[in-house]
Ligand binder design. Structure first.
Ligand SMILES: Cc1cc2nc3c(=O)[nH]c(=O)nc-3n(C[C@H](O)[C@H](O)[C@H](O)COP(=O)(O)O)c2cc1C
Length: 399
């Protein structure tokens, strides 16, 4: 899976917080995603995690001092500042925030930051009292006013044993923010994209639902792909176990009727609607107000009513519509029929009965079906890459 991190140059500044050990995981995950990660350690950070850990994880030299230059870089701070696409400081101490706010450059990290023109992202970590201290708060305010991106800190149990605001944000979320910031000027910049995801739940009674095997992975991957290309994304999701993607506007719904309402609202001003949700075709006609009890040996019949076809009923002046067609047989024929019956610009057909494709998997094999064009069958791909392939094909259709 190739995200926006692939090939990007990221300077990761690590400062002297107890959370410095988490920076090793962060450096590893960024490197695994294909980023070229240059670590800059403050002297205090070196007391917590050593150079060897970071050099081993990133396969690159680690900068530790203004006067201990890596020969490859010449003057480290200037070279790092020039080649970085983004500078991230995680964890960021109270001390480094104070120095940044006042333009102090007494180490290689603060000097690199002062010499940069790229986005600066900081993830503070400190004791709650240090964070709430008026001096720190004033520094945070100053840095925000200068366009520095803050991630966290979060509330929770701190290393001191106290509970409060000061925990460093977890690594996956930091990476989500970095991706969103790197993608801001992408080819979907300022486009409004609505994505639906997950399997709707239709109430039978207060404790039981009629649903399907959709996990939401496909829709969530499309939402992240669109966010990474600069889109403003609204993700309308039926219940899933997936983490909420950073930087998208999440609207949680249950039933098909609720999803229809949310999609309608979100599409009023939108450029693109991708319906990746598995919407129940039917719902119980008369859900019981009370839990249905077992009665002897009798079976139970439930009357079903048809749900509305969400995408067919939605139109917008500039709205481009993409529907998914999850099929188990006659995949292309059924997708072709949907193209007409739903009045959509593209159908993404997938055979949910195939191995490694469809519900719950991390990969999908799809065919793009568009009016007047031969169906385009893609190889088995990661769902995120399918999302990007879909967006590549939707982009020229946008009005
Ligand atoms: C065990 C220990 C844990 C620390 N944890 C933090 C922390 O989480 N956040 C913080 O701002 N300072 C923390 N400090 C204090 C910093 O290490 C200290 O302010 C140092 O000067 C920071 O230097 P730097 O910003 O150049 O890395 C800690 C100190 C010790 C000894």
């Amino acid at each position: 899976m190739a995200t926006i991190l692939n090939g990007k140059s990221i300077v990761l500044g690590v400062t002297g917080s107890i959370a410095a050990f988490k920076a090793a995981d962060l450096a590893s995950k960024l490197t695994q995603a294909g980023a070229l990660v240059d670590i800059v350690l403050t002297r205090s950070a070196g007391e917590f995690v050593g150079v060897a850990t970071f050099a081993g994880l990133t396969h690159r030299p680690v900068s530790t001092g203004l006067f201990e230059s890596n020969s490859e870089l010449g003057i480290d701070h200037v070279a790092l500042a020039r080649r970085a696409d983004l500078i991230l400081i995680a964890p960021a101490t109270a001390n480094v925030l104070a120095k940044l706010a006042h333009g102090i450059t007494d180490d290689v990290l603060t000097a690199t930051v002062l010499a940069r023109s790229q986005p600066l992202v900081v993830a503070p970590a400190m004791d709650a009292d240090m964070y709430e201290n008026p001096a720190t708060q004033a520094n945070v305010k100053t840095l925000i006013s200068r366009g520095v991106h803050f991630i966290g800190p979060e509330s929770g149990r701190l290393a001191s044993g106290l509970v409060g605001n000061g925990r460093m944000t977890e690594v996956p979320e930091i990476i989500g923010h970095v991706r969103a910031i790197l993608g801001r000027s992408g080819d979907l910049a300022d486009r409004q994209v609505v994505v639906s995801a997950g399997g709707t739940e239709e109430a039978i009674d207060p404790v039981r639902v009629l649903t399907n095997r959709s996990t939401g992975k496909m829709g969530y991957a499309i939402a992240e792909a669109a966010r990474d290309r600069g889109a403003k994304v609204t993700l309308i999701t039926a219940p899933t176990y997936l983490p909420i993607p950073v930087g998208v506007n999440l609207v949680a719904v249950g039933s098909a009727i609720e999803m229809q309402k949310a999609v309608r609202n979100a599409c009023l001003e939108s450029d693109l609607l991708v319906m990746a949700a598995a919407v129940s075709d039917y719902r119980p006609s008369d859900p019981s107000d009370n839990k249905i009890k077992k009665t002897g040996d009798d079976g139970l019949s439930i009357d079903l009513s048809q749900n509305p076809d969400i995408i067919a009923g939605i139109s917008g002046e500039r709205l481009v519509k993409v529907a998914f067609a999850a099929e188990t047989n006659d995949v292309i024929e059924n997708a072709d029929a949907k193209l007409l019956s739903k009045g959509v610009d593209m159908v993404v057909a997938n055979d949910v009965s195939a191995a490694d494709s469809g519900f719950g998997t991390d990969t999908n094999a799809v065919t793009f079906v568009r009016p007047g064009r031969e169906p385009e069958t893609m190889p088995l791909m990661d769902k995120f890459d399918v999302g990007n392939a879909l967006l590549d094909r939707a982009l020229p259709l946008l009005k």
